[in-house]
Design a protein. Structure first.
Length: 521
């Protein structure tokens, strides 16, 4: 009896100790999650307080225009981003912080997931915070919260896929393939560069012991789910002659010809991650390569980055491959620094976080529109081309309205507005109703698919074309106005597309003219 009581008492003690350990772990994880949410919330708040400084970006106008004509596909991208912006427009109208809210939320989620990856890989709250801050203070993630772009949501899907693969490999639970498949399907509905990430997964499986999952039904269930989510866009592409493939070919040739792919390797260090986070992602890559369990994640970086380099992609295309490396690097750095004497441990950690913050502040000054006037605004506009592309659109639309008002009533009765690029077309469609302008015609991307009015107009206000082009393709053209750009800001419109002409109909019949002038941009 005494022996049984001792055994029972020992068992209860062990259970109590186990319960206490689990309770302490739960409390620690809860505090860690709160810290991650706090970091993400601080970054989100910064974006929300500054995202109204200027105006809508040229690329954003295209998304907003396409959001008004929802389909299962568009020439320049899949349908996810226009769909999200249709929701934003319905909720917030043209209020900029509202239009950009989902981008801000996407990047906040990326920051939290980066910390959770560090936790799943064995890192304590210090490693989790280091991973989250390193991602939050990196140039590309910081930029992605300033505009709504398909790259913003593409970044989110890459990071979520990496997180699900971490959980899959850690727990050896193949049911995580369903989560991977869902994120991959949404990625395919967002930006086609997700194919490089998926190539990294498949190639990495072949090169590691994860190849055993090829025989697992959960892997094929996840694959089927991804294809099912992607199927509507695939059908749309087949009905439109896979037009996005031709668009991407054109854009790639253009980018290579003007040198946008020349600094790919440099951009991996200067754009994709904070400079003080470079040792983390390099350490994370080495740690993944040395780990039999997690080696697949190394190939999920090496293969996409290598393929994009060989294909001469732009430097930021691979940016979303870095958070998982940073997360692993934070875990490695935490363990390494813990082995140092107390003085050196504190010194190393202080230098890292101070350098990370200092570099992050400089990036913030370059990327985020902190000021609407003064020297700081001038500094940002001198160094940030994207912010310059948010300026001048109201003046363009207002000038077109003035030209319209200068025409005779007969000319106005059969009037059309023809635009050369998606920025002009989108700005006139989104901002034009305030001036009672009709919906413009555009020859670029999906606007070209929407065609021209029937009956076609006999008088045209022509925006964005050169004198040579209008004289060659249209009749009776005269220069009617030039768009004034505020404070001498030189962006694409101010540099190349200031002229506004009034012309008669095309020299060729409208169907032939329209067929001959499809444009990608």
């Amino acid at each position: 009896m005494e022996t049984e009581l001792e055994w029972y008492s020992l068992r209860k003690t062990q259970e109590n100790v186990k319960t206490e350990i689990l309770s302490q772990k739960a409390v620690s994880e809860s505090k860690g999650t709160l810290a991650l949410v706090g970091i993400a919330a601080a970054v989100a708040l910064l974006h929300l307080l500054t995202n109204h400084r200027y105006a809508i970006h040229r690329d954003e106008f295209q998304f907003l225009s396409d959001a008004r004509h929802l389909e299962w596909g568009f020439v320049a991208y899949p349908p996810f981003t226009p769909f999200v912006e249709r929701i934003s427009m319905g909720l917030f109208g043209l209020w900029l912080p509202g239009l950009r809210l989902f981008s801000v939320l996407a990047q906040a989620i990326v920051i939290v997931i980066s910390g959770l990856m560090a936790r799943s890989l064995g890192g304590s709250r210090l490693a989790q915070a280091a991973a989250a801050l390193s991602v939050a203070l990196s140039p590309l993630p910081m930029f992605e919260g300033t505009e709504f772009q398909y790259t913003t949501f593409d970044y989110l899907w890459w990071v979520l896929i990496a997180y699900f693969v971490v959980r899959l490999l850690k727990e050896d639970d193949p049911r995580w393939w369903l989560a991977v498949g869902a994120a991959a399907g949404l990625g395919l509905l967002t930006k086609y560069t997700i194919f490089f990430d998926l190539a990294g997964i498949l190639g990495g499986m072949l090169l590691t012991r994860a190849r055993r999952y090829f025989l697992d039904p959960w892997f094929w269930a996840g694959t089927a789910l991804a294809l099912l989510v992607f199927l509507p866009n695939l059908v749309w592409q087949s009905h439109h002659g896979f037009i996005s493939y031709h668009f991407l070919q054109y854009i790639h040739r253009r980018d290579v010809s003007i040198g946008r792919a020349e600094h790919y390797l440099r951009d991996q260090f200067l754009i994709c991650a904070n400079l003080f986070a470079v040792p983390l992602w390099m350490a994370g890559l080495l740690a993944f390569l040395r780990s039999a369990r997690y080696r697949l994640l190394a190939w999920m970086y090496i293969l996409p980055v290598g393929l994009l380099w060989v294909a001469r992609g732009r430097g930021y295309y691979s940016g979303a491959a870095y958070p998982v490396l940073i997360a692993m690097g934070a875990v490695v750095a935490e363990r390494w620094s813990a082995s140092l004497p107390a003085f050196w441990r504190r010194t190393v950690r202080t230098v890292f976080f101070t350098g990370l913050a200092a570099c992050g502040i400089y990036i913030c000054l370059l990327v985020i529109p902190l000021a609407s006037s003064g020297p700081l605004r001038n500094f940002v506009l001198a160094h940030n081309e994207d912010l310059r592309e948010e300026i001048g659109w109201d003046q363009l639309v207002g000038t077109v309205a003035q030209v319209r008002d200068s025409l005779s009533s007969q000319q106005q009765s059969s009037l059309g507005v023809l635009t050369a690029n998606y920025g002009e077309q989108g700005a006139l469609e989104i901002l034009g109703p305030s001036y009672h302008l009709q919906r413009p015609m555009g020859i670029t991307n999906s606007a070209w698919l929407r065609g021209y009015p029937v009956p076609p107009p006999s008088t045209l206000i022509v925006v964005g074309f050169s004198r040579e082009w209008v004289d060659k393709n249209l009749t009776g053209c005269r220069l009617a106005a030039q768009v004034p750009y505020p404070e001498g800001i030189q962006n694409e419109e101010g540099r190349y597309h200031r002229d506004i002409f009034v012309c008669g109909p095309p020299r060729k019949p409208w169907p032939e003219f329209w067929k001959d002038h499809q444009s990608f941009g």
